[in-house]
Design a protein around this ligand. Structure first.
Ligand code: BMA
Length: 319
């Protein structure tokens, strides 16, 4: 059943899940958490593919309409290279891609799963065939990194989510700056997880890369809520200042999207919606998300509705 819940901003694609392991040209356990971009009039997804060892790599799927008719690379497009990059020993996961106009390249941030835990790594590509690896850009444990497409006062900016060593501490979204996209500093917390009964209590992380809208930088983030039996991954929105992305102007109090359909509620990890990519086509904002860590799904909203919504959201009270 596909339906729009009262007040829900995003509408699920009727063909969800749009990609599953059964569609894959080679053996795979699951395909999920895709990054997304538009290239040569095609919608390109860089999909996380998990093999039957439990290790992940990234593979490109291209389609004209971004819904069906996918052409999937016949073998892994961007596979872990643990010989030259030991930080990739347990695979590479959850890519985010940002087109850097100034460089004429995409920056691909991804989670390298090292033997000291997950860490953000960076590669560049001009064609999604060849990737120029930079390697780790922050130490473990840290995930959910994505860079902004422009500089701020000459510096690149990146959002990411360090994981605290103690489970009693909150996992918050941080912002860092760099002169060259490789060495990062000026680290500070951008947005705190809420507390107590909130849907985004204790653990939050960036979803797709920040997207430019005329009122600021729109970000989507996941909030993880622990119940007695399990976790639930839901999504919220925030708007950052255009000139100074360290300032959170608005933050949604309610989640804007959460697991509702069977393919989101049941899979390798139940109750997860996890977008790593979004694109804008005319006034349509499309999120491409992993459903239950098993398949790829899509949902869309009118960009004008999203902007209207976020501008009415309160300031971030967690600062
Ligand atoms: C997060 C990430 C995602 C995953 C999610 C739900 O920590 O590892 O890759 O989709 O958990 O299992």
């Amino acid at each position: 059943m596909t339906w729009k819940c009262k007040g829900e901003l995003f509408k699920r694609c009727k063909k969800n899940p749009i990609l599953t392991a059964d569609d894959w040209p080679y053996e795979a356990n699951s395909v999920f958490n895709p990054a997304a971009t538009i290239i040569n009039d095609n919608i390109l997804l860089l999909v996380r593919v998990e093999d039957h060892r439990g290790f992940s790599h990234l593979t490109v799927a291209r389609s004209k309409n971004g819904i069906d008719g996918w052409e999937i690379d016949p073998e892994p497009t961007f596979a872990p290279d643990p010989v030259n990059h030991p930080e990739e020993i347990y695979g590479i996961e959850d890519p985010r891609i940002t087109y850097i106009d100034e460089m004429g390249k995409w920056a691909v941030t991804y989670t390298a799963y090292s033997d000291s835990g997950p860490l953000p790594a960076l590669a560049f590509t001009e064609d999604f065939c060849n990737f120029d690896r930079i390697g780790p850009i922050l130490p473990p444990e840290n995930k959910d990194a994505a860079v902004f497409p422009v500089r701020f006062n000459g510096n690149w900016a990146m959002l990411h989510r360090p994981d605290p060593a103690s489970s009693n501490m909150k996992a918050n979204i941080w912002i860092s700056f760099s002169k060259d996209l490789k060495k990062w500093g000026e680290h500070e917390v951008l947005m705190y997880a809420r507390e107590g009964g909130w849907w985004d209590a204790y653990k939050i992380g960036l979803c797709p890369p920040p997207i430019y809208v005329s009122d600021g930088w729109l970000i989507m983030y996941h909030g993880v809520r622990q119940t007695t039996s399990e976790l639930s991954y839901r999504l919220g929105l925030a708007l950052l200042d255009l000139e100074d992305p360290r300032k959170v102007l608005h933050r949604s109090e309610k989640w804007v999207f959460g697991p509702r359909e069977p393919y989101e509620q049941s899979g390798d990890v139940n109750n997860v919606v996890f977008p790593c990519g979004w694109i804008v086509v005319d006034d349509e904002l499309r999120i491409y998300y992993g459903s239950a860590d098993t398949s790829v799904s899509m949902a869309s909203a009118k960009m004008s509705d999203i902007i209207q919504y976020i501008l009415k959201c309160p300031e971030d009270t967690m600062h």
